[in-house]
Design a protein around this ligand. Structure first.
Ligand code: DX5
Ligand code: ZN
Length: 220
């Protein structure tokens, strides 16, 4: 049985009381905290930057899993590293010099992740798979919480798992978008081990029960 990591996305939390929201999911059994950063250019939505993350960090012991949905992510890597990121994930589509950016993340003592939009094939990142700690397979088009899971993305998870097995390499396979107790078994069966969930956790009154439902859906 794989050790499944559940990472609630604070995008769906109440921004007016972020500290309390974070404490609640930590008590409720979250493993990581997923931090969605959007710039209004790479994706058609805006969230927050390193200052807000710096304010959250003292409220939790959970690893902060930063998902940069921004253009020129290299400009902000030092600030997110300083703000307490444990993982920083950049989009392959946003990086002309992807190899350089991934190594820049590592040079800041942070685990490096690369994300793929639904329309981007695994082949786009094949040459950097040896350099990453995590691959994020987007299971919706990034930009908003609460969208429907795209089933066609599951074959990319399987392809990544096969590459890991064939090359005896290890990196996390994270999924993000539309993950619920109904879709989690599909992605875990395909090889995902980090499940991001926004609305399925923060949209529920009992966040602990919501995470337990996702966990038990994949641990039967
Ligand atoms: C979408 C974000 C996700 C989002 C997921 O662009 O990257 O992390 O919060 O939300 P749900 O789980 O509601 O689809
Ligand atoms: Zn995300």
């Amino acid at each position: 049985m794989t050790n499944i990591i559940i990472a609630p996305s604070i995008l769906s939390a109440d921004f007016a009381k972020l500290g309390e929201e974070v404490a609640e999911v930590e008590c409720g059994g979250a493993d990581w905290l997923h931090v969605d950063v959007m710039d209004g250019h790479f994706v058609p939505n805006l969230t927050f930057g390193p200052l807000v993350m710096e304010a959250i960090a003292p409220h939790t012991k959970l690893p902060l899993d930063v998902h940069l949905m921004i253009e020129n992510p290299e400009q902000y890597i030092p600030a997110f590293a300083k703000a307490g990121a444990q993982v920083i994930t950049v989009h392959a589509e946003a990086c002309v010099h992807l190899h350089r950016v991934l190594h820049m993340i590592k040079e800041h003592g942070v685990k490096a992740g690369v994300a793929l939009n639904p329309a981007t094939p695994v082949s786009a990142i094949r040459e950097v798979l040896e350099d990453v700690d995590l691959v994020l397979v987007m299971t919706v088009n990034p930009g908003f919480g609460g969208q429907a899971f795209i089933p066609g993305t599951v074959r990319k998870i399987k392809e990544l798992r096969e590459w890991k097995q064939q090359n005896s390499k290890d990196f996390h396979i994270e999924v993000d978008g539309g993950i619920t107790a109904a879709t989690a078994p599909l992605v875990v069966e395909a090889g995902a081990d980090v499940l991001v969930a926004g609305s399925a956790v923060f949209g529920q009154a009992d966040r602990g029960a919501a995470m337990a439902a996702i966990r038990s859906s994949v641990n039967l």
